[in-house]
Design a protein around this ligand. Structure first.
Ligand code: P6P
Length: 330
């Protein structure tokens, strides 16, 4: 029996025709992006709006996907990590809003590690709304295999690309097991005491560190094997490093559809109303029980010295004090 391809799977799951066309169109950019890996390995010598150095590949992948979306007639707005402003497209009808990280972890290509494309799809062309309002989310992971993971709120499904650029089913209805791996981003010296103590607990409970520097690759391991990924609030960077729109929301949407959770350490990230496309957020994503344990830990653990100053200065009720995201303490 021939393996079901992505288009058939979307049809079998009663996916809206426009949305199906859009997901298929996005999947067709994967072989084009993969084909340029070998010859675009240098830095572009420019910075993106987040101040990150752009690899040539970031710009090439960005251009490939945005050009395809412009021709699709299904897209009203595009926010890309590699673009400074939201791209507005005149469409004959409403059209979707797209958030795009064209090549997350691109600096790893020159050392042949896995990198990914992360895409969030919003209704009514509005990408500045809570992540929980997405209609679909997907990522493409360029590793030993090129795989595509998607959800249209019908569970989480994984496909593998063949030599013709066709995606066929690999795993259906993926659920996140308990697992015993963890990832922890940022420098240890910049970790706040609460986070360090949480990591210590994980290690004492037998969790093994798995961290590649590519969020998509590290998350995919958590999706399949369980565990928890973190890029926390740091002493020198209140909101951590990862972007709310381009990384946290689309990955968190998939995590939840697989029975997992995503949290700032205090609240569900998919409930956050973005203030701008630049927003960053402290991030923990993984197995539901581990996220629950984390949030209990963060609420009861004694507060960091710096937080204590803030509480005293502002007479905040310390029992439910939450690290303010979007407001730097500096
Ligand atoms: P660090 C890649 O630049 C990225 O945005 C994520 O893919 C990854 O999880 C993180 O940053 C790695 O950051 O500080 O370990 O280099």
């Amino acid at each position: 029996m021939t393996a079901i391809n992505l288009e058939q799977h979307l049809t079998d799951n009663n996916c809206d025709e426009q949305l199906k066309d859009l997901i298929i169109l996005l999947s067709r950019q994967a072989p084009k992006i993969k084909s340029v890996f070998a010859h675009n390995q240098d830095s572009a010598g420019t910075l993106n709006t987040h101040g990150d150095e752009q690899a040539e590949l970031d710009k090439v992948a960005d251009e490939i996907i945005i050009n395809a979306l412009r021709e699709s007639n299904h897209v009203k707005t595009i926010a890309s990590e590699e673009q400074s402003d939201i791209i507005e497209i005149i469409t004959p009808y409403e059209g979707y809003g797209i958030t795009l990280d064209p090549l997350d972890g691109s600096s790893l290509i020159s050392v042949n590690l896995s990198v990914g494309t992360i895409i969030g799809i919003y209704p009514n062309g509005n990408i500045l709304q809570e992540g929980k309002n997405m209609v679909a989310s997907m990522y493409i992971l360029y590793g030993p295999l090129t795989i595509l993971v998607y959800t249209i709120k019908n569970g989480v499904h994984e496909f593998v690309m063949d030599e013709n650029g066709e995606f066929t089913i690999l795993r259906e209805n993926i659920t996140m097991p308990q697992g015993n791996i963890y990832s922890s981003g940022g420098l240890k010296k910049d970790h706040k005491e609460k986070h360090s103590k949480f990591i210590e607990k994980l290690e004492n409970d037998g969790h093994k560190l798995r961290y590649s520097g590519s969020f998509v690759a590290d998350f995919h391991q958590i999706l399949r094997y369980g565990g928890i990924f973190s890029y926390p609030s740091l002493k020198n960077n209140e909101n951590g490093k990862l972007r709310l729109l381009f990384e946290a929301n689309p990955i968190g949407f998939i995590a939840k559809q697989a029975g997992g959770e995503i949290s700032t350490g205090f609240k569900d990230i998919l409930d956050i109303i973005p203030k701008s496309i630049e927003d960053k957020v402290p991030l923990y994503v993984g197995n539901k029980n581990k996220i629950k344990n984390l949030e209990e830990h963060m609420k009861k653990e004694k507060i960091d010295e710096k937080d204590k100053e803030i509480i005293e200065e502002n007479h905040i009720n310390s029992t439910n004090y939450e690290v303010p995201i979007y407001e730097s303490k500096q």
